[in-house]
Ligand binder design. Sequence first.
Ligand SMILES: Nc1nc2c(c(=O)[nH]1)N[C@@H](CN(C=O)c1ccc(C(=O)N[C@@H](CCC(=O)O)C(=O)O)cc1)CN2
Ligand SMILES: [Mg+2]
Length: 305
Amino acid sequence: MSARILDGRDIARDIRAETSLRVADLAASAGVVPHLVVILVGENPASRVYVENKARACAQVGIKSTLVRLDVGISAQELICEIERLNRSPDVHGILVQLPLPPHHDIQAVLRTISIHKDVDGFHLYNVGGLVVGKTIFSPCTPYGVMRMLDHAAIPVEGRNVTIVGASNIVGKPMALMMMAREATVSVCHAKTRDLAQYTILADILIVAAGVPKLIGAQMVRTGAAVIDVGINRDPQGKLQGDVDFDAVRTKASCITPVPGGVGPMTVTMLLVNTVSAAERIAANATMHSLRRSDLKADLSVQLG
Ligand SMILES: Nc1nc2c(c(=O)[nH]1)N[C@@H](CN(C=O)c1ccc(C(=O)N[C@@H](CCC(=O)O)C(=O)O)cc1)CN2
Ligand SMILES: [Mg+2]
């Protein structure tokens, strides 16, 4: 068997084209241009590349983006004040803080400061907790991107065995909740899980986000499984590698995502989708308020004669 390659760049291109149309509609109907603000604290070289990529992707679909660069030594209070300023700004629809943050910051406290209506990364406690009861405003971009890839490839989720390797707050845990919401049978493992293969071999859909290069070999994969590799690891030569031994596993899986070019491009694309959704919600809310105000004025003038 040679697996079908799930090309994240190709799927992302289709979703970005739809997103551009939504941006144009919003400009035509409400005169609003979605605006994403990305906060980068310090000089982490990988983070700098990621935020540049986000800005480029925004420009491609007509989203305005602003990069706020803050000094590595900025205090927690100053960072929180900056986020509060952006929360209040009516011109800003999406806010994200690029992770990781320098170690003196309490990441959860910072993420909790972002308005839930502008939390386009989906990392605020409300949006994370909302996944438990199916009430999020925004879903975190990487697991959301994985869902869209599976749907695009018409891979059914309901009733399937899904094994997730890696239980991080931004990928593994929300992925598990999203899969449960779709009635999959979910196992969550760690790179250190004793006899990991015992769980991975059961998976109809295997999602790996453990940060360990080539953790998953062919013998750990069920014949015909869909294998989604979320790992991004660099070898000593700087070459990018996933958590799955791609060449070996592709002979056994029915479909597989490559690294690079699989889940990564979907992460950025879902950020664009969330940003446009944020702008649409804020614009709809503003329209509703102005309609309510004009209703009130009309009621008052009737009452006052
Ligand atoms: N605030 C956030 N911080 C971080 C997130 C996030 O979603 N929100 N995720 C990662 C970094 N990240 C986005 O920020 C990210 C990383 C990698 C890719 C990607 O497209 N990778 C490419 C390869 C790129 C390369 O050559 O280096 C791929 O897999 O094809 C997208 C987004 C941590 N921080
Ligand atoms: Mg296509």
